[in-house]
Design a protein around this ligand. Structure first.
Ligand code: ZN
Length: 288
């Protein structure tokens, strides 16, 4: 089963939904890291949430969803783009004893959602991490910032990460405002999903299992994938920006320059020959 995100709409109730399954991308994100289990699961939820926000907020460009604050995990971030290519990393500096966000950040954490569109202004939204789960914090965010009733079910275990979202859409020319009863009916149906079903069933089977009494329109699925995007070329560009003098001084002290990618833990090593080539002006090679 491929990692994918399915968007759907109910025909008779003005509510939209998203179903995201990201098992492989999740495994790729936590590979090469030795995260405590709570941090690992939190990254899984953050990965699924970022994919869902990308589909929900509709932009062309990049998104970063960052949890930050004081405590043993000062930072967890997932980056993505409108092609649903995602990567993420968490920084752990102390002992993790809880996955409860209020305890993890001593009630002072926040989530920053940054969107950098290809065209237009950068957008940033901030949410206090004052609820135990990421799902609850996101629900508060949509209620406060957009006055939209929204529910998230975000699930991760050691192998899987997946989630569902429901959102009451604003009324427009063709649709009345969704009644509280209709919304709560769909919310109750969705809440019957079991973690194992969410992790392992095909999207079509999940939607059928939850909403077989409803009329649901499902859009073309979007594939999710893990793409780190780091490369030897990018590391070389970073070294060039540091300048020849600084680079050569590191080479003379350490014999080589090491650049480690925080996201995927790939180590790029440059020796003195590599550095000489990087800074070698091609015109110097001409025979005079
Ligand atoms: Zn990388």
């Amino acid at each position: 089963m491929k990692d994918q995100l399915n968007r759907y709409l109910f025909d008779k109730i003005h509510v939209r939904g998203e179903l995201a399954q990201a098992n492989q991308a999740y495994q790729d994100i936590i590979a090469n890291h030795d995260y405590p289990q709570q941090v690992q699961h939190l990254l899984g939820e953050l990965l699924v949430a970022t994919a869902m926000l990308t589909a929900l907020l509709k932009f062309e460009g990049t998104i970063a969803v960052q949890l930050q604050g004081d405590g043993p995990m000062p930072l967890a971030v997932v980056n993505g783009n409108d092609q649903q290519q995602l990567r993420g990393v968490a920084r752990v500096t102390g002992e993790i004893t809880t996955g409860d966000l209020t305890e993890l950040f001593n009630n002072k954490g926040y989530m920053v959602i940054s969107i950098s569109p290809k065209k237009g202004e950068r957008y940033q939204g901030i949410v206090a991490l004052d609820k135990p789960t990421l799902a609850q914090c996101l629900e508060t965010y949509f209620l406060q910032s957009e006055q939209l009733k929204t529910h998230f079910w975000l699930r991760a275990d050691d192998q899987h990460a997946a989630g569902i979202m429901l959102q009451a859409m604003p009324s427009d020319d063709d649709h009345q405002e969704t009644s509280a009863d209709d919304y709560s009916h769909l919310q109750q149906l969705t809440a019957t999903i079991k973690d194992q079903e969410l992790f392992e069933l095909a999207p079509h089977d999940i939607l059928h299992r939850l909403y077989n009494q409803e009329e649901v329109r499902v859009f073309e699925p979007q594939l999710l994938s893990y793409v780190c995007g780091c490369s030897a070329e990018r590391s070389a560009t970073a070294i060039i920006s540091v300048g020849r003098e600084e680079a050569e001084s590191i080479i003379s002290e350490q014999g080589h320059i090491e650049m480690n990618c925080d996201y995927c833990n790939t180590l790029y090593t440059f020796n003195s020959d590599d550095i000489a080539k990087l800074f070698n002006d091609p015109t110097d090679n001409q025979v005079h």
